[in-house]
Design a protein around this ligand. Structure first.
Ligand SMILES: C[S@@+](CC[C@H](N)C(=O)[O-])C[C@H]1O[C@@H](n2cnc3c(N)ncnc32)[C@H](O)[C@@H]1O
Length: 303
C-alpha cells in the first residue's frame, strides 16, 4: 500500500519511485515538462510518466527500461535522503505491533529525524489517526514537513520544532502511544506520560547503547510505567531457491539415456532433454545485519 492518498495512476506532483533494480531505487518528484536522467537514458515526465499506471514498465531514451513504483513506507525507508540515522523495517515492524497502532491511533514521536518511522506510523493510523512529531533541529523539522506535504500525508501529522525534553510534545492527555528515538529519553519520560491518555497506553524507546536502556528503564519505573521489557531484533534472511540438477546415472539397467548418441551431440549434462530433477535449497545467511539498537517497551496504566 502506498502513501495514503496516492491513486493507481501517476499524477503531476506525485513522488514516484524509479526502480532500476532491488538495490537501486530513486525517488523523483513528477512534474509536467521535467526530465530525469537514468543510466538507461532520459525519462520525460509528461509523456513517459503522467497518466501511466503505477507499476508500469517505462522505456528510457537509450532503449533500456525501468519500473515506476508507488512510494510505500518500506521503499521510502530504503530510498529517502538521510539527514540522520534512521530506523529500518525490522525494528519498525515490531514497534508498530508492540505499540498496538491501528487506524485512528494518536501517536507522539520524537525525534522525527529523517521521517523513516513517521511514514510507517502514518500509513498504520490513517485515515483518522494523528501523529504529533517533535524535532529540535530546525532544518530537519522543515525538511520532513515539506516531505509530508509532497507525500500528501500532512493532514495526518503535526511537526513541532522544539526540545521534547524541555517542552514536551505540545499535547496533553491525547496519545495512545509514544515513541522516543533521542539520546536521553529518560529526560522525556515525564512529558511522554503527560501526553498519554488517562486510560493509559504504550511507550517505546529506541537506544543504541545498553547504558541508555538501563537509565530509561529506571526512569520508566519511577514514573509508574509497568510491563517494562527490552528486546533486540535481529533479522536472518534465508535464500530459498529452486535448483535443477541432473539425475544420477544408475548404470546400464537404467532406462535413461545418458550417453551422447553421436559424436556431434552435446554431452548429457547440457542436453536439453537430459533427465534432471528440481529441488528447493535453503541457504542460511552467511552475514547478518548487525546491532541497530535496543527497543524498550512499557505500559502506562490507567490513572
Ligand atoms: C536518530 S534520529 C531519529 C530517526 C528517526 N527515528 C527515523 O526513523 O528517521 C534522532 C533525532 O532526534 C532529534 N533529537 C535529539 N534530541 C532531541 C530532543 N531533545 N528534542 C527533539 N528532538 C531531538 C535529533 O535532532 C535527530 O534528528
Amino acid at each position: 500500500m502506498s502513501f495514503v492518498e496516492y491513486g493507481d495512476f501517476i499524477q503531476d506532483g506525485d513522488v514516484a519511485i524509479i526502480y532500476l533494480g532491488h538495490d537501486s531505487m530513486m525517488p523523483i518528484k513528477v512534474q509536467q515538462g521535467a526530465q530525469t536522467q537514468t543510466r538507461y537514458g532520459v525519462i520525460r515526465h509528461s509523456t513517459d510518466l503522467i497518466g501511466q499506471r503505477y507499476g508500469s514498465k517505462v522505456t528510457c531514451s537509450k532503449g533500456g527500461w525501468v519500473h515506476v513504483l508507488h512510494p510505500t513506507p518500506e521503499i521510502w525507508t530504503v530510498s529517502l535522503p538521510h539527514r540522520t540515522q534512521i530506523l529500518y523495517t525490522t525494528d519498525i515492524s515490531i514497534i508498530t505491533m508492540m505499540l498496538e497502532l491501528k487506524p485512528g491511533s494518536i501517536v507522539c514521536e520524537s525525534g522525527t529525524g529523517s521521517g523513516s518511522l513517521s511514514h510507517a506510523i502514518l500509513r498504520t493510523i490513517a485515515p483518522t489517526g494523528h501523529l504529533h512529531t517533535v524535532e529540535f533541529h530546525q532544518q530537519r523539522a522543515e525538511k520532513v514537513a515539506e516531505e509530508f506535504k509532497e507525500h500528501r500525508v500532512d493532514h495526518l501529522v503535526t511537526v513541532r520544532n522544539q526540545d521534547v525534553c524541555k517542552d514536551g510534545f505540545g499535547v496533553t492527555g491525547v496519545a495512545d502511544a509514544v515513541f522516543l528515538d533521542i539520546p536521553s529519553p529518560w529526560e522525556a519520560v515525564g512529558h511522554a506520560k503527560a501526553a498519554m491518555k488517562k486510560q493509559g497506553g504504550r511507550l517505546c524507546s529506541f537506544s543504541p547503547c545498553i547504558e541508555q536502556v538501563q537509565r530509561m528503564c529506571e526512569a520508566l519505573a519511577d514514573q509508574g510505567f509497568q510491563e517494562i521489557s527490552t528486546m533486540e531484533v535481529l533479522l536472518r534472511v534465508h535464500d530459498v531457491r529452486t535448483v535443477s540438477l541432473p539425475l544420477p546415472d544408475f548404470g546400464p539397467e537404467s532406462s535413461v539415456q545418458t550417453e551422447p548418441k553421436t559424436k556431434d551431440e552435446a554431452p548429457p549434462t547440457s542436453a536439453p532433454n537430459h533427465p534432471s530433477f528440481t529441488l528447493k535449497t535453503t541457504t542460511p545467511p552467511r552475514e547478518m545485519p548487525g546491532h541497530t539498537g535496543y527497543l524498550t517497551f512499557a505500559t502506562k496504566p490507567r490513572t
